[in-house]
Design a protein around this ligand. Structure first.
Ligand SMILES: [Fe+2]
Ligand SMILES: [Fe+2]
Length: 193
């Protein structure tokens, strides 16, 4: 079984994704095109016609995934700006802004493939842990190893985590957005678990 087929966004698809994910414009080439193609590959191989149709998760269908991704990108960049302004130390020096933004925008890239009602989506859920499938897409598109590895281990339920400042920035941005989504509908936030 092939989990996905690589897709390259044409001009129209690219323009649509740049509207939906405004932070893409902050990336330089070739990172921007590779990030767009990863997002495009995910939606094209999914059960959904557009990112606006993809929910945050199976249990949180009240909130769109693209909104969460934009929140994580904005929050993560603010964390980085704080570190630059107040810390400027060896921890901060390990952060590459371009790779960080790719990580923030792509951390949930496999969600469109794992969600949905088709047999293909159900089969992917059976075989592919969230994050790992995303990392496979990223490596196929020559996105840096560091970004792909951090995507593969970003989920709180992942078997291992990496002591990387970019992993920490993603973690807190991701869970801040996630807890807001959960608490809107009375679900327990992550810090209760
Ligand atoms: Fe995730
Ligand atoms: Fe997320």
């Amino acid at each position: 079984m092939n989990a996905f087929a690589l897709c390259r966004a044409d001009k129209a698809a690219r323009a649509e994704l740049e509207v939906l994910f405004p932070a893409l414009k902050e990336l330089s080439e070739p990172a921007r095109t590779r990030t767009i193609n990863a997002l495009y590959t995910a939606i094209e191989n999914s059960d959904f016609a557009s990112y606006t149709d993809v929910p945050f998760s199976m249990n949180s269908t009240h909130y769109p995934l693209h909104r969460h991704i934009n929140e994580v990108a904005a929050l993560g960049l603010r964390e980085y700006a704080f570190a630059l302004e107040h810390w400027q130390d060896e921890w901060t020096a390990q952060i590459d802004r371009e790779e960080l933004l790719q990580l923030l925008l792509l951390h949930d890239v496999d969600k469109p493939l794992l969600l949905g009602a088709s047999d293909a989506a159900a089969q992917r859920r059976l075989y592919c842990q969230h994050g790992v499938l995303g990392a496979m897409i990223l490596r196929a598109l020559e996105i840096p190893d560091r970004v792909a590895m951090l995507v593969s281990t970003h989920s709180p339920s992942a078997g291992m985590h990496t002591a990387d400042p970019m992993a920490a920035i993603l973690h807190y941005a991701d869970l801040y957005s996630c807890d807001h989504i959960y608490m809107l509908v009375g679900r327990k936030p992550n810090y209760f678990l």
